[in-house]
Design a protein around this ligand. Sequence first.
Ligand SMILES: NC(=O)c1ccc[n+]([C@@H]2O[C@H](COP(=O)([O-])OP(=O)(O)OC[C@H]3O[C@@H](n4cnc5c(N)ncnc54)[C@H](OP(=O)(O)O)[C@@H]3O)[C@@H](O)[C@H]2O)c1
Length: 304
Amino acid sequence: MSQRMAAGARPRLLLIGSNGQVGWELRRTLACLGDVVAASLEGECGPVIDLMNADSLARLVKDTEPDAIINAAAYTAVDKAEKDLETARRINADALGELGALAAQSGVPVIHYSTDFVFSGTLGRAYTENDTPDPLNVYGETKLGGERALLESGAKALIFRTSWVYGARGANFLLTMRRLFQEREELRVVDDQIGSPTWSRMLAEVTAQVLYRVMRGDLDLDQVGGLYHLTGSGEVSWYGFARAILEASGSPAKLIPIPSSEYQAPAKRPMFSVLNNRRFQETFGLSMPDWRVSLADCLEELKC
Ligand SMILES: NC(=O)c1ccc[n+]([C@@H]2O[C@H](COP(=O)([O-])OP(=O)(O)OC[C@H]3O[C@@H](n4cnc5c(N)ncnc54)[C@H](OP(=O)(O)O)[C@@H]3O)[C@@H](O)[C@H]2O)c1
């Protein structure tokens, strides 16, 4: 515990990537746990941080003197990453080693997010944390590099592997579908890739609950630190997800299921990347709602 916290002050929580879909939710949710320093690339609501630049990160951590660091920043442009390996590796992998080293020096806990795309999707059952990663694309490869760099840094860290993140803000499947339902009469959506949609709000809520216990000293990251799968419950194809969004929207647009072979994209995607959340549930006593429940809640919010 820092001197500041020992003196009764609120913890200072350094949130990196505070303007992304998960980061934006975390900015609100973490506010009841402590003073959130909301760092982002553009510096909209706090200090500027560019993970491309190791000095920028070191300066931020030194100036902030955080009690915990939550990293929601990443290079998430999956297709673009195929031709931009160096940038993706710098942000998703190298920066995590640097962040881990800084956190280890000061004994500060780190929470970080990774992805189902560390897996190829060929296993035929939900992946556990013990399954060997075998990414199909540059994004997955660099995110895996980040997991390893953080775990090897000696920092007290929690890494939550999540999947198919959507929410009321940011670039995501839900908002894209809603826009396309307005613009087009007919839409073709891949029906043979299966995963678990995860609402960014739920991810932020669960993160806050776990972090609360870490900050109180109820959870010792020397015991429970490491990798966890954390996604919405249940599974569905992109087509099935689109269908649920369409039904709720009342749009007359027509949806047509197609195989992945008919959807050309630069990056290969896993066919079945459902993540088994049991380790997370057993360790923290928390679980995410079924994806349909979260989708309904998120759509309700979009009506406002
Ligand atoms: N989205 C998904 O479906 C999904 C699935 C599995 C795992 N994840 C993981 O979940 C976490 C959160 O993802 P998300 O969906 O919230 O992503 P997001 O909306 O794309 O947000 C990522 C944030 O990172 C920031 N960023 C990019 N380059 C940066 C740099 N050089 N320095 C500092 N910040 C930088 C972006 O800034 P700008 O806004 O200025 O570009 C953006 O705000 C990530 O670790 C991601 O890999 C996401």
